[in-house]
Write a protein that binds this ligand. Sequence first.
Ligand SMILES: [Fe+2]
Length: 317
Amino acid sequence: MFHLKQALSAEFLKELAESTARGLGRRDCFYDQFHYVNRRFVEEHFEKLAGLVVAAVSDVRPGVTTRDLTYVNDFVAPVNLANAQIHTRVKGNKYDWHNDGIDRTVRPCYNLWIPLYRQSALGALDDQSLFDVLTPASCPRLYDADGELRQGVLWRTKAPSSLNREIASKLVDVPLDELDDYMYFHGGGKTEKIPLDELTPVSVVRPRLGDCYVFDSSYLHASGPSTFERVGISIKFLLNNPALGFRAMPQGAVPGGWLGMFVCWYGKQGGFSAYQEVLDMYIKHEQPLLQANADKLDCVRSVLLQVSSELGGNSPA
Ligand SMILES: [Fe+2]
């Protein structure tokens, strides 16, 4: 994970918070994680935002420029907010270990993560991690020699039923009361376990307003244990140049729904602009779901407006 310290001005953060709040007010997004709410903002500020990714990855991808990057999507990740469970399937207000769907089809993709928070949240900011990434260097057993995640069942990601816990206990030969001390995955035809203390993630601790972070979204990542309340803005870019590592995964199953549609449209058009019209069609279709969850949109929107007003005219904290 790459940490870009104080890369964004208070003015830019304010614009970002306001763009997001405005999009939520207009219901101009998907419901799940408010995807694409900043698509026009990203288009307008593409050079700046993609430039941050370039700055972050230029050591590992020498020669990369913003022309090698394609915007894929953006989303809003309110974490630890009481009324912001903004996903039809994930009911919690944190993210458990996962890698992103599009990376199973085309990659490399990089997520640019920009934390926004209110000053009142700072009381809960301590040395606990906000966000963790398991990189091949930090946890080699989870990845093969090419840095590919050894795909499989990761029983840390979904709480199994009591029946499945019992069956898992027999499968991995771990007593029931010790089952939660490991992460499990199935790779190379067998199920393996890794003690949790062997997982040494790269962590985000004590971010400052204006900092941002870039990570390869094919690596496992999750919210950390911190109770710090924030609204993360995440923007995903695809490195589209084969000379710099772009590839379509040989047997990548296209993800379902609109993400799969992006992959297919990208294959057809080689870019994002033709997809705008499709997004508008999806967003129109999302309106009943957005309306039914208006309280959650309003909760996040009001936090963002407060962030914006705190940023007004002052230097970021
Ligand atoms: Fe993710």
